[in-house]
Design a protein around this ligand. Structure first.
Ligand SMILES: *Cc1c(COP(=O)(O)O)cnc(C)c1O
Length: 358
């Protein structure tokens, strides 16, 4: 019998659903942890000049050397460590998982957590172990230590702060995990500009520790740029499976320019942190909500008096797109997630929320 053409595709891939991205046309977009501010007009003009003369006919610098040097300085990466850049940190997660994907290897992370860890494990063909967090989204150390001993994971991913819960796990617990882990431990600091605490200084203490950062949440989600830092001999192995020229000319040009003017993004992050505390306080005053503490640029909350689906739809009808966690049960039951926007966007969200739950 003739095979269906799609039967040539691995069955575990046929079972997957592509990463869903909601349509935000005409809506205030508070669903994807983006920085709501663009670059100021004056910087846009100067950036335009740089882009006009960018050598589009040439392949980019394959190692993005100049940009890497600037990032090492900007992000306080210890000098004896190595850095590799990715087309977003998602690409670096994929490279890491591909590098350890021998038969029987497993990836351990935490649930609820960043969905890409599980998705990438699935399509790369590595077993995914999702260790449940406690009901207040902290590490359950008894269960975690047990799982590490039992599964001997090749790699462990820890989002710090965690997505979708927005909290920072206990730092001593993370150190215990790094010590106990037989393999690599990646601390994913995508929300560093909003948490302002880091495991970067710990790189010198632990050889199996890797730090993942991205420019996405700080205001450059559109250029796709992430970085991974760690022991040179580990980074060197990962670099072998990176496709050449993965950081394109336009991305390198924009990143170089913006990092020369990084105070702009730092000021925006500071505004977002201020707005986070304002929105958090306003939400906490609403008795029909359970609001979880945030060290990131978003807030997770639970609706107590109504169906979360209805609240989500009502907020959307009012013109604001947030994220529906769509959990009927478990620790994310009835939870929604909102990204912090500009003061005006946050006002629109808070007004829509009030209407939705009353
Ligand atoms: C958003 C996010 C990323 C993805 O970042 P990109 O650099 O845009 O690919 C990585 N990790 C976590 C925890 C995130 O929330």
């Amino acid at each position: 019998m003739q095979k269906e053409l799609t039967d040539w595709v691995r069955p575990e891939i046929k079972k997957l659903v592509a990463y869903p991205v909601a349509n935000a046309d005409g809506l205030i977009k508070l669903d994807a942890m983006e920085n709501p501010y663009g670059l100021p007009h004056s910087l846009q003009q100067a950036l335009f000049q740089r882009l006009v003369s960018a050598p589009l006919n040439r392949y980019p610098d394959p190692g993005a050397k100049v940009l890497t040097k600037i990032l090492i300085k900007q992000m306080d990466i210890p000098v004896e460590k190595a850095v590799i850049l990715g087309n977003g940190s998602d690409e670096l997660i994929q490279l890491l998982v591909m590098a350890v994907a021998r038969p029987g290897a497993c990836l351990l992370s935490f649930e609820p957590g960043f969905v890409m860890y599980r998705m990438i494990a699935e399509f790369v063909g590595v077993q995914y172990i999702g260790v449940p967090l406690t009901t207040d989204f902290n590490l359950d150390m008894a269960v975690t230590c047990e799982a590490i001993k039992r599964y001997q994971p090749a790699i462990i991913f820890i989002a710090y702060p965690n997505n979708p819960s927005a909290n920072l796990f206990n730092a001593d617990n993370i150190e215990e995990i790094i010590r106990l882990a037989p393999g690599l431990v990646v601390v994913d600091e995508a929300y560093h500009p909003f948490a302002q605490t880091s495991f970067m200084p710990k790189l010198t203490e632990f050889d199996n520790l890797l730090i993942l950062r991205t420019v996405s949440k700080m205001g450059l989600a559109g250029i796709r740029l992430g970085l991974l830092c760690g022991l040179p001999k580990i980074i060197n192995e990962i670099d072998k499976i990176r496709l050449p020229y993965n950081i394109n000319v336009l991305t390198q040009t924009v990143a170089l320019y913006v990092f020369e003017n990084i105070t702009i993004l730092e000021q925006q992050a500071s505004q977002i942190r201020q707005q986070r505390s304002r929105v958090y306080t306003a939400m906490q005053a609403i008795s029909a909500l359970e609001v979880f503490p945030s060290q990131a640029n978003f807030i997770l909350f639970r609706v107590l008096n109504k169906a979360a689906d209805d609240v989500f739809e009502s907020i959307k009808r009012a013109g604001v797109l947030i994220k529906n966690m769509k959990a009927e049960q478990g620790v994310l039951k009835h939870c929604l997630r909102v990204t912090i926007g500009t003061p005006e966007e946050n006002n629109a969200f808070l007004a829509a929320l009030e209407t939705a739950i009353n």
